[in-house]
Unconditional design. Structure first.
Length: 284
């Protein structure tokens, strides 16, 4: 990944190019999220499944047999998962296109590598976004270094990737991400709320002014955020499951991901960052 260019229009194209490898490409993946990861019967999944056990809906071509009706059949958890491109990286790069059915001896290592690779790719997504923040230029050199180092780690052997200390790596990278966030939010006028890690389950935040707020890791399950102003809010790790974002303004929100939007409820009036898509299940 090359360094960011100065011209704004070039930056936008550059960001799209950087993110291309950080978006899931199921056509080039061996259904790893459907096999490697476990899930338990709940509101998110209709059945139990052990780690390493193929989902009963996974077809021979590694496609999902109920992809178009996952929510209706009790698998809403699948619709909010995002591997950030880790699936195709493990399938096509780490294991050179040899799938776990053709080479069953590689299966366990492949399944152990996938969740770690996903964390690496998620970090790459956040670093790439931080580099797009003009006000975060004081830490751009640190972020570019983190980008290079993290990208290099994704290209290591399966054994190396699976054995990484992700807690330590996340802590190291988060220092620069947090500083980038602080610099970006410093320009927001007025009082900026700090709800980092807050329990806001079911909270009434309808119409709330949350511009530039720190909502890192906040639990916003089923919160009412209708018409809330979340511009320039730091949303890294915030849990939006069943939160109502109808009419909310999320333009310029920092570290917002597609998975967070997919987990929430919303409608056609909500304003989203251009890099993200309006979920199909949101009201029209």
């Amino acid at each position: 990944m090359s360094q960011q260019r100065e011209a704004p229009q070039a930056d936008e194209g550059r960001a799209d190019e950087d993110r291309r490898d950080l978006r899931a490409d199921c056509r080039n993946c061996f259904g790893l999220c459907c096999v490697a990861l476990p899930f338990a019967a709940s509101a998110d999944f209709a059945v139990d499944k052990r780690a390493g056990q193929p989902c009963a809906n996974l077809k021979a071509d590694f496609r999902c047999g109920i992809h178009t009706s996952l929510r209706e059949q009790g698998f809403s958890g699948c619709t909010v998962f995002d591997c950030f491109g880790a699936g195709q990286k493990v399938s096509q790069v780490t294991f050179g296109g040899r799938d776990w059915r053709q080479a069953p001896k590689t299966a366990r290592l492949m399944f152990d590598t996938f969740p770690v690779m996903r964390q690496l790719h998620e970090l790459l997504w956040y670093i790439t976004e931080a580099l797009e923040l003009p006000s975060a230029r004081p830490v751009h050199s640190d972020l570019r270094r983190a980008l290079r180092d993290t990208d290099r780690l994704t290209r290591g052997s399966a054994e190396t990737v699976a054995g990484l200390d992700m807690a330590a790596l996340r802590h190291e990278v988060n220092t620069s991400l947090l500083r980038a966030s602080e610099l970006a939010r410093a320009g927001v006028p007025g009082r900026r709320r700090n709800h980092r890690g807050a329990d806001l389950i079911g909270a009434d935040l309808k119409g709330a002014d949350l511009r530039g707020a720190n909502l890192r890791g906040a639990c916003l399950i089923a919160a009412d955020l209708q018409n809330a102003d979340l511009r320039a809010a730091d949303l890294i790790g915030a849990d939006f499951r069943d939160a109502d974002l109808s009419g909310a303004d999320l333009t310029g929100a920092i570290f917002l991901t597609q998975a967070q939007l997919n987990a929430a409820k919303g409608d056609a009036t909500g304003k989203l960052p251009p890099k993200l898509s309006r979920p199909a299940h949101w009201r029209h």
